[in-house]
Structure formats: structure tokens, C-alpha cells
Design a protein around this ligand. Structure first.
Ligand code: NAD
Ligand code: DAU
Length: 358
């Protein structure tokens, strides 16, 4: 197969590209704009493969996307390119509207035009796989409910509203034009190569240099964590095996309160990085409660029984083993982090946490 993957230099996209190049015979074209979140160093392990090609392209650039589709002739498109950080969407929603909504529209139209040129057999086998989030469902207030594929959409942030909008466009292109789509909605990912603006890598990095560990509000919000390599395996199963028009929720059965995640990271660091920064007696002492995120969703939790039943996918990593692997990875890959924590990243940290987290 030939797979065109958008956003393949990002956190999840790079895990998908590595998974496909290392575990299958397929060819990958990685189409990525290389925003602040895109990093080709995350692909060092596979960049020399003859089955891997990269193009620095914006999904909003229709002419460039048309050309790449014609030249590469993919059997499937896996669409991961997006602006992905909720806090950034609150302080500056414009890029989220542009990439997540307009960009998805441009990619759908380019793909539809290309798909219409294919033979009948290739048309039927083709897939447009849209990678989305559980945040489109809004949040859950009780402790029992789970997100199902049929849960009504109720997004809370500019980010989740833009992702919900893109999901609607993808479904409309299926219903109206017959474009063979599949959609997945996944819970919070964690693991290696995660950009250190997100909770888990941010806490690891701040702790290692003795900075405050910022917990929004009371820290009782709940997320359902999935190891990124489990997500990559699920996405490959969906793009190769799922029936056209289907939606699958993907989650790790790992509900954790934010404050517990932060405390677990501190405990792992006590064991794995016992030489603490000057003045720090216990990593936990760095925990600092800061102003809550506006519109902060309280709880996400996924019912992943449909993908288990239809495609036989189950996560392999428990939160305990996955988080340990993640902390170990950051400890061994400080160079990767250091190169990211330059220019644009510093501006973001200054703007977002100002007095609270410096
Ligand atoms: P990320 O921010 O780490 O990476 C996004 C990638 O998209 C980057 O490489 C960036 O350069 C690229 N990109 C951004 N705008 C682009 C544009 N206009 N054209 C081409 N490339 C562009 O994101 P991630 O965490 O890897 O998430 C990937 C996808 O998965 C997103 O669609 C996100 O909504 C979804 N998702 C993420 C999570 C999560 O926990 N991270 C969970 C569920 C779903
Ligand atoms: O649920 C899937 C979503 O998970 C994806 O669609 C998003 O792309 C991804 O970024 C993630 O969104 P979250 O907002 O849940 O992730 P984040 O790491 O930003 O925050 C996780 C939780 O931790 C959330 O409740 C907010 C809280 N938090 C976050 C930061 C950055 C803090 O308490 N302090 C922080 O400094």
C-alpha cells in the first residue's frame, strides 16, 4: 500500500509513520507543514528507508496537495495534521480554524478530485482516514458514563469545536460524494516525542530543572490515557481493515485524575532521577495549583469496545508500564527536548504561565 500521512512529523503522526515503516512493507509520504509542533528528528529511526518520503507542505495549499496526490498515487490518506493544543486554541483560535477546518476541507476536496480519477476497483479500496479526538463529545460529569461512537457532539474549546467541525465535513463528504471515509476519536495520548507543552512531558521537564509543576484548578479533572504506540497500532488496523463510513472510539481504559498523574511522575523521578536540582528536596514539593483553564472539561472516558469487537484491537501498555517507559525516554533523550525548547517554545511558556510558572 501507499499511504499519504498528514502531520507525520507530530507526536502521534511520527509514531504512525515509524510503526508503518518498521512493521509493514508499505510506502509512506509524510506531508507536514512543520509548524512549531512538527519535528523531523522524531523520524530519525526511519528517515533512510526507501519506502519513506517527506514533503514540507501546508494542507491548506490546494495546488501543492493536488500535485502530491497525482505524483504519489496513494491507496489511503491518514489525516493527522492539526493544531492540537487546547490552551493555544484559547489564546489564539485563528490557526485552529485555518488548519483544522479549512485545511481539512481543502484536503477533502483535493482527495475527492484525485479519487475520481481512480479505476473502479481502486476507488472502492481507497480510504480517507480522519484522525480525531474524544474532546468533540464535550465532557462527562458523573463517574460512570463513557463516550460511545453515538454520543452527541458538544465541544467546549475552540480546539475541540474545530475538530468537531472537521469530523462533520468528513461525514458530509462520505454521505454526499461517496468518498470512502473512516473516522477515529481517541483519548489523551502520552509517550516518547510528546511536545513539552502538554501535561505529562511538561511536568517531567519542569521537575528535572526544579521549576513549578502547574496543576490547573484543583487537579481533579480526569483524562483517559493511551500509550501513543497503542494508538498507532489501532490507526493502522482501522485504515487497513475498517468498513467504509465507520467511526471508532479509541481509548486506554486508564482514567486518572491530573493530580494523580503529576504525583506518579514525581514518584518515578524520585526513583529514576534521584539527583535533584539544587534546593529541591522532593519533586512533589514543586506542585503548584494555578488558575484553571477556561471551559476546562472535567472528565473524558472512552468505551473502546467497538474497535475491540470489530477489529480485535486492545491496548498493550498499562498506564504504570507506559508512564515508566515515557519518563525513562525523556531522561535518555534530553537533547531532543533541548532542541525543541528554543525560540517559539519559550515565547509560549512566557505567555501562558507568566507569573505562575516561571
Ligand atoms: P501535534 O501537534 O504533535 O502534531 C501536529 C502535526 O501537524 C505537526 O507535525 C505539524 O507540523 C502538522 N501541521 C499543523 N498544521 C499543519 C498544516 N496546516 N499543514 C500540514 N501540517 C500541519 O499533534 P498530535 O498530538 O500528534 O495530534 C495528531 C492528531 O491527532 C491531531 O489531529 C489531533 O487532533 C489528534 N488527536 C490527538 C490526541 C493527543 O492526545 N495528542 C488525542 C486524540 C486525537
Ligand atoms: O482527549 C484528547 C486530547 O488530549 C487531544 O485531542 C489534544 O490534542 C491533546 O492535547 C489532549 O488535550 P488535553 O487538553 O486533555 O491535554 P493537556 O496535556 O493539555 O492537558 C491534560 C490535562 O492536564 C487537562 O485536564 C489540563 C491539565 N493541565 C495541562 C497543562 C498543560 C494542567 O493541569 N496543567 C498544565 O500545565
Amino acid at each position: 500500500m501507499k499511504l499519504l500521512i498528514t502531520g507525520g512529523a507530530g507526536f502521534i503522526g511520527s509514531a504512525v509513520v515509524r510503526h508503518i515503516i518498521q512493521n509493514t512493507d508499505n510506502h509512506v509520504l509524510n506531508l507536514d507543514k512543520l509548524t512549531y509542533a512538527g519535528n523531523l528528528e522524531s523520524l530519525a529511526a526511519i528517515e533512510d528507508s526507501e519506502r519513506y518520503t517527506f514533503s514540507q507542505t501546508d494542507i491548506c495549499d490546494r495546488a501543492a496537495v493536488d500535485q502530491l496526490l497525482q505524483k504519489f498515487q496513494p491507496d489511503a490518506v491518514m489525516h493527522l495534521a492539526a493544531e492540537s493544543h487546547v490552551d493555544r486554541s484559547i489564546s489564539g483560535p485563528a490557526d485552529f480554524i485555518e488548519t483544522n477546518i479549512i485545511g481539512t476541507y481543502q484536503l477533502l476536496e483535493a482527495t475527492r478530485q484525485y479519487w475520481n480519477t481512480l479505476s473502479e476497483g481502486k476507488k472502492q479500496a481507497f480510504r480517507f482516514h480522519h484522525i480525531s479526538t474524544d474532546e468533540v463529545y464535550g465532557d462527562l460529569e458523573g463517574t460512570e458514563d463513557l463516550f460511545l461512537e453515538t454520543t452527541p457532539y458538544a465541544p467546549s474549546s475552540p480546539y475541540s469545536a474545530s475538530k468537531a467541525s472537521s469530523d462533520h465535513l468528513v461525514r458530509a463528504w462520505y454521505r454526499t460524494y461517496g468518498l470512502p471515509v473512516v473516522i477515529t476519536n481517541c483519548s489523551n495520548n502520552y509517550g516518547p516525542y510528546h511536545f513539552p507543552e502538554k501535561l505529562i512531558p511538561l511536568i517531567i521537564q519542569n521537575a528535572l530543572v526544579g521549576k513549578a509543576l502547574p496543576v490547573y484548578g484543583n487537579g481533579h479533572q480526569i483524562r483517559d490515557w493511551l500509550f501513543v504506540e497503542d494508538h498507532a497500532r489501532a490507526l493502522y488496523k482501522v485504515v487497513t481493515e475498517a468498513t467504509v463510513g465507520e467511526t471508532y472510539n479509541i481509548g486506554g481504559h486508564n482514567e486518572q485524575k491530573n493530580i494523580d498523574v503529576v504525583k506518579t511522575i514525581c514518584a518515578l523521578l524520585e526513583e529514576l532521577a534521584p539527583n535533584k536540582p539544587e534546593g529541591v528536596e522532593h519533586y512533589q514539593d514543586l506542585i503548584t495549583y494555578v488558575t484553571d483553564r477556561p471551559g476546562h472539561d472535567l472528565r473524558y472516558a472512552i468505551d473502546a469496545s467497538k474497535i475491540q469487537k470489530d477489529l480485535g484491537w486492545v491496548p498493550q501498555e498499562s498506564f504504570a508500564t507506559g508512564l515508566r517507559k515515557t519518563v525513562e525516554w525523556y531522561l535518555s533523550n534530553q537533547k531532543w527536548v533541548a532542541r525543541i525548547q528554543s525560540g517559539e517554545y519559550q515565547n509560549w511558556i512566557k505567555q501562558q504561565y507568566q507569573t505562575e510558572k516561571a
